[in-house]
Design a protein around this ligand. Structure first.
Ligand SMILES: [Zn+2]
Length: 411
């Protein structure tokens, strides 16, 4: 009885808290200290400090400038209200906090095949900020009078999961393990509590994000393509649970994607007579310096079906054949299904003929050809490796292997 009375009081105060917000919000608006939004900004500022201090934060100035430039095109005139941080995390995700701090994860940049696809996601995130979706979500949670409970439970759950570092049994689990490995538990709790939007808000962010994409002069079709690619990638997963959940197997489930959302965007695309620039080459040029690192990160998820899906999409333009071929080889080599060693060898060989091949391709070719008994080819590969990577840390191992191959190794 007393508990019920307490909840009733809490409910009444929650509903009464805070003025209604004009939508869209005025440019440059900061909440006054007496509003409930001010508390939300405080929490966001803490999360933002966590992002900036995180080991995953990618501070490459050129990449930052690229993402900021795209943000400013689709978020105008709110450019100065929004700060986007690129985080090196091999999962497709983007977040928007109530104070305009936003994250784009490298997994999303790697999966975007054009600047327009990235622009759609950034436009979608900007709409969450511009339309005050966070404060709406916050008040909805408070109306359910469980926000503090949810927050403390979030800390407890992420803390428990962090200690249970069992080997990944499926991708959803491995993503969770990964998140726990890289993200501080409290930070994760902030993130999960701040970034869950209602389905209605998601639909609105898609629709207005689409309008912003088109107004900025980008190709309208990129919006649906982005979601369709994510759905197709989920279907390519090695893990049945991911395939059955589709693209909903998103780390925080903050932006669950269903084919209904892709269909709605296809409908909007069909209705517009505007055409625009996909910006495929600009996007690839911007992510090229990080392509190898991000593909290497993606392999840590051990969802080889998805990694191959991403590589196939990136390879469709014919760009970066050396890097993509090398990581295709790496994927097969690690997957170890029947026939994978042959596929790995073929991928490494193809990569080795490209001018952008990572030098490691020669080391892998040498190791593989030793196993298949092609010792002459193995020698050539190792020698090429030593010429191309004179300062390699594993030089002594390769030199020892070469001596064995030539029969000159000492007993
Ligand atoms: Zn969203």
């Amino acid at each position: 009885m007393r508990r019920r009375a307490f909840l009733a009081v809490l409910l009444a105060t929650s509903i009464a808290a805070g003025p209604a917000f004009p939508e869209p919000r005025p440019v440059g608006l900061r909440p006054s200290l007496t509003t409930d939004e001010a508390g939300l900004w405080d929490a966001s500022a803490k999360a933002e400090r966590g992002a900036r201090q995180s080991a995953d934060f990618n501070s490459d100035p050129e990449l930052t400038a690229y993402v900021r430039g795209v943000t400013c095109k689709v978020a105008a005139p709110y450019c100065d209200d929004i700060r986007v941080y690129v985080m090196d995390r091999p999962v497709s995700n983007a977040l928007m906090a109530p104070n305009g701090y936003s994250e784009v994860w490298s997994g999303l940049l790697l999966r975007s095949t054009s600047e327009a696809e990235l622009a759609f996601v950034l436009g979608h995130e900007a709409v969450h900020f511009i339309e005050n979706h966070s404060i709406e979500a916050w008040r909805a949670q408070k109306r359910r009078a469980n926000v503090m409970l949810a927050l403390s439970a979030g800390v407890a759950i992420s803390g428990a999961a962090a200690t249970a570092n069992a080997p990944a049994v499926d991708t959803a689990r491995s993503i969770q393990d990964l998140a726990n490995a890289v993200i501080d538990g409290v930070y994760l709790a902030y993130v999960t509590s701040l970034f869950a939007f209602s389905r209605g808000n998601e639909t609105e962010a898609d629709r207005l994000g689409f309008e912003r994409l088109v107004a900025a002069g980008y190709a309208p079709g990129a919006a649906a393509t982005m979601w369709r690619n994510q759905i197709a990638e989920a279907a390519a997963s090695d893990f049945p649970r991911v395939r059955s959940r589709g693209a909903r197997a998103n780390i925080f489930n903050t932006h669950p994607i269903g084919s209904d959302r892709a269909a709605a965007l296809e409908d909007l695309t069909a209705k517009t007579d505007r055409t625009g620039d996909p910006g495929r080459e600009r996007h690839r040029a911007a992510i090229r310096p990080h392509l190898a690192d991000w593909l290497k990160d993606d392999l840590t998820r051990r969802d080889f079906g998805q990694t191959l899906h991403i590589i196939d999409r990136l390879a469709a333009t014919g760009d970066d054949p050396g890097v993509l071929g090398f990581y295709r080889g790496e994927t097969y080599r690690r997957r170890r299904k029947a026939g994978d060693q042959e596929k790995a060898l073929a991928a490494y060989l193809a990569a080795s003929r490209a001018s952008d091949a990572p030098v490691a391709v020669w080391r892998e070719l040498g190791d593989m050809q030793v196993k298949t008994g092609a010792t002459g080819n193995a020698r050539v590969a190792y020698e090429t490796y030593l010429v191309n990577a004179p300062d390699a840390q594993d030089r002594w191992i390769v030199e020892a292997s070469l001596k064995t191959l030539t029969g000159t190794s000492r007993p």
